[in-house]
Design a binder for this molecule. Sequence first.
Ligand code: COA
Length: 162
Amino acid sequence: MVTAIYPGTFDPPTYGHLDVIKRAAAVFDRIIVGVAVNTKKETLFTAEERVALINRMITDLSNDNITVSSFSGLVVDFACESGAFIILRGLRTFSDFEYEFQMALANRKLLDKIETVFIIPTEQYALASSSVVREIVSLGGDAGSFIPHFIEQGLKHKLGKA
Ligand code: COA
C-alpha cells in the first residue's frame, strides 16, 4: 500500500489543488492531504476551516482513499506519522521549480528515504494560486473558474465583501 502526503497551506484550496488530488488518487493507494498550521504565511482561514473546505471539495469524488488532516512542525515528521514516504507537490510553472527543488532537497536532507513526486496540473489551472484567488475576490471579481461557489462565499465573508 503506497501512501502519499500532499502538504500545503490551502488558503483557500482551489480547483488546481483538487486537480492534483484527483490525479494523485489515481496513482497512489492512499492520499493524505496535510493542511499546514504554522507556516510563515498568515492565513485567512483557520486550519480547521481549511480542512473542512477540502473535505467538502472532495465529497463528489466519492473516493475513500483520500483523507485530510492538519499538521504543525516539519513536513517529514508528518509524513512519518502518516506512514508515508512520498511527498506530493504540484508543479505549475517553471518558476515553481526552483522553490520546489530546494524544498525537496531540504526534506531529503532531513529524511533520506523521503521522495518528492511532482504532479503537473491541467494547464487551465497552471495560473491558479491561493493569493491570486484572494486578490480577485477582495477586488470584487469573479473567481468562479478557480474555486467553487461555497469557497468564494467563505472568502467574501472573511474579506468583508459578503
Ligand atoms: N493549484 C493552485 N495553486 C497551487 C497549486 C495548484 N496545483 N500548487 C501550488 N499552488 C500555490 C498555492 O496556492 C500557494 O499559493 P500562494 O503562495 O498564493 O498562497 C503556492 O502555490 C504555494 O503554496 P503551498 O503549496 O501551499 O506551499 P507552501 O509554499 O505554502 O508550503 C508547506 C507549504 C506545508 C509544504 C511548507 O511550508 C512546509 O513544508 N512546511 C512545514 C515546515 C517544514 O517542514 N519545513 C521544511 C521544508 S523545506
